[in-house]
Design a binder for this molecule. Structure first.
Ligand code: HEC
Length: 131
């Protein structure tokens, strides 16, 4: 599972890099990744998470009846890299780990906003001893 997801992410990156000509820039916007020099801010991430993700993942990212906890070993960095968060927000997620149904794409968030959110979720994971 871990290797497959990692390999899929690497493949997606490689494909996106290959397909990246013609849009200008270095393809990061297309990949939904923050630009170079981005400084993540977990405090902003928490506020953004509460506004856009908490409905399903819970105000403290411990889950609700509509979505799984993200402060959970399954979402540790080695199993779901930061890229998985960017893809989840941009494209949504098909139900595969749990039984809550699919996650719809979350519109209106910049790559930087997602970068802040990831920083906060990672900090919460570390606080919970998940590394
Ligand atoms: C409408 C409910 C809903 C909202 C809103 C939502 N999610 Fe999800 N999310 C889910 C569900 C359900 C899953 C689990 C899918 C599965 O694996 O079965 C999920 C899974 C994920 C995953 C795991 C992706 C993977 O590759 O397995 C990440 C990361 C994630 N969500 C991040 C977010 C973030 C960040 C936000 C806010 C910007 C957000 N979600 C908003 C329902 C939601």
């Amino acid at each position: 599972m871990t290797r497959t997801a990692g390999a899929a992410a690497v493949m997606a990156l490689a494909l996106a890099a290959l397909a990246g000509c013609g849009e200008g820039g270095d393809g990061r916007g297309r990949l939904h990744l923050p630009g170079p020099g981005f400084v993540p801010d977990p405090g902003r991430g928490q506020a953004l998470f509460r506004a856009h993700c908490a409905e399903c993942h819970g105000v403290d990212a411990r889950g609700t009846a509509k979505g799984p906890p993200l402060v959970h070993p399954v979402y540790r960095p080695s199993h779901h890299a930061d890229l998985a968060f960017h893809f989840a927000v941009r494209d949504g997620v098909r139900q595969h780990h749990w039984h809550y149904g699919d996650m719809p794409p979350v519109p209106g968030l910049t790559p930087e906003a997602v970068g802040h959110i990831v920083a906060w979720v990672r900090a919460e994971q570390r606080r919970a001893g998940i590394r």
